[in-house]
Design a protein around this ligand. Sequence first.
Ligand SMILES: C[S@@+](CC[C@H](N)C(=O)[O-])C[C@H]1O[C@@H](n2cnc3c(N)ncnc32)[C@H](O)[C@@H]1O
Length: 276
Amino acid sequence: MSKKKTLAEKADKHILYQKSVQTADTEIEFVLQVYREINAAEPEIFREDFCGTALLSTEWCRQGNDYRAIGVDLCQDTLDWGMKHNVKPAGKAIAQRVTLLNENVLSVQTEKTDIVCAFNFSYCIFETRSLMRQYFANVRHSLEEGGLFFLDLLGGTATTDIVEEERPIEDENFTYIWEQEYYNPINAHIECKIHFEFEDGSRLDNAFAYSWRLWSLPEIREILLEAGFSNVRIYWEGFEEDDDPDNEYLTGTGEYGEVTEIDQQESWLAYIVAER
Ligand SMILES: C[S@@+](CC[C@H](N)C(=O)[O-])C[C@H]1O[C@@H](n2cnc3c(N)ncnc32)[C@H](O)[C@@H]1O
C-alpha cells in the first residue's frame, strides 16, 4: 500500500522560495523608476547576477519588445529549473530575449548592459574586501555609460541575533521560516537557513542554506567607490501609521526613496544603487 505523500514531500523548493522572498513585479518597477529618474532615459538590457531561477530576468522582458535580459548563475540545475518554469512559460516572444549563462559572476564577460542587479544579498557570499572589489569591478566593466548597479542589503539591531522568524505566506498552505543560526562578531560571518512548514504539520528543513559576511552599508559603499563607481545612493522604505489604533509600530509603505540619514531599526532592507 502506497503511503500518501505529505505536503512537504510534494513541494518544490524553488516555488516556495519565489513565493516567500521574491516580488519580481515591484522590484522591476523600482529598478525602472530609479533608472528613469537618474538618467532620464529608458534602459533596455538588464543583467541579473546570482539569477537562480531567473524570475527577475523574465519579468524584465515582459516590459516590452526592446527589453532583453542576461541571467548569470553558477548552478546549471537552478538555471534549467528557471528556464522550464519561468522563462519558457512566459511565451516565445519573451523567452527569446532571455539569455541564461552558467558562469561565475566574478569573471563573467557579457555585452554591456544598462543595469546589473544582485538581489537577496547573494553577493555577501564574498567575505573579503578584495573579492568583493573584484566582483564590483567586473560588474562596472560590463555596464554601459549611465549604467546602474542595484544591490540590496539587510541590517538592523536584530541582524546579529540567533533567531528563527516565521512568516505564514498569504493564500498559501505553508509558513516561511528564516533561521539565523550563527554569527561571529570577529569576522561578521553569518550562517542562515530557510525552512518551510506546511498546514499538515510536515516540514522541509534546510531547503536553502547561506554562508555570508554581514556587510554594513558604509563598507559596501566604500568598496563600490574603490572599484570605480562614481556615486552610491541608498534607498529606504517609507513608513506610515497603521489604521489599527492598537498598533504602536509604523508600517512599511513598500515605496523606497533615497536617504542620507535614517534612524536605526530592529531590521531593515535597503537598496544600494551604484552609478557607473
Ligand atoms: C540566494 S540565491 C539568489 C536567487 C535570486 N537571485 C534571488 O534574488 O532570490 C543565490 C544564487 O547564487 C548562485 N551563486 C553563488 N555564487 C555564485 C557565483 N560566484 N557566480 C554566480 N552565481 C553564484 C547560486 O547558485 C544561487 O543560485
